[in-house]
Design a protein around this ligand. Sequence first.
Ligand code: ACO
Length: 311
Amino acid sequence: QEVAGREAFEELIAEDSRVEPRDWMPADYRKSLTRQMSQHAHSEIIGMQPEANWITRAPSLKRKSILMAKVQDEAGHGLYLYSATETLGTSRDELTDQLIYGSAKYSSIFNYPARSWADMGAIGWLVDGAAIVNQVPLCRASYAPYGRAMVRICKEESFHQRQGWEILYELSHGSPAQKQMAQDAVDRFYAPALMMFGPPDADSPNSQQSMAWNIKRFSNDELRQRFVGMIVEQAEALGLTLPDPELRFDEESGQWIHQDLDWDEFMRVIKGGGPCNAQRMARRRDAHEDGAWVREAAAAYARDRADEMDE
Ligand code: ACO
């Protein structure tokens, strides 16, 4: 049976079709997807924190309601992704425990502080912009529940990116101090946003196999490159500068070349040593523990309902 399953799986991958939860799949494929999808879910949930921090300080009621909606969207993304990951056989409780009490990873970017209102613009424009470039190809990931979750998430991320761009546009066309605040936010988020795409291809242990399985469609460097090409013109339209003295257009390859990134910093951040790792994890843990009574009440209610149905 395993031989037939493996053959069917390899055929699905070869014809660029999709794998559904009940299909046979190799243990390594299941494990690698669980890894990537759960890290992605954790990132969405931890990613709520830097922005939630600014909800009470948004400069107008309109901005506040937009930011609240955006942060709620991120919660929704986390929930679709946990559900999609559960179809691979690991429960959401277990995945949550891996984050809170274990050493599961989440995106490096959310370990940087959001210091000013302009950071809400830079996060929307650069962080959600990078997320879109990374995630649009994942809509075609070979694991069907992941691809399906990505379609809706990408639509919402596009709206998030536009709202970030608009915040920066307003600031950069405001007073000199506002323009400076926008520039300062872009200066701080540019390099960390480029690191979101992961280590350089030569140091990316998972890429090759993930690409062979049609989970990832492009390498980390390819997507990083595509993102830089996209934001150069957008930065010009914003009237802001990208903090990259080595940025140049290479006529031969037709691509924008960016500066080397500080990969030691990246490694430090993903190992827990970034400016906000400890705070992000402490908040997540407290929120989870404070919410225990809600989970218990919901479970008790569900049990009562099930008993009533049995009677
Ligand atoms: N932050 C934290 N960890 C990272 C990052 C990052 N920016 N980039 C890579 N890593 C981790 C990988 O998870 C991997 O760790 P593991 O082997 O312990 O699981 C290790 O560094 C080596 O990296 P790669 O071999 O390149 O890993 P992979 O092939 O999984 O590629 C990538 C990394 C591009 C992030 C991929 O997992 C992916 O596309 N994930 C889905 C998108 C995502 O998670 N986005 C989250 C941020 S967007 C948002 O939430 C709004």
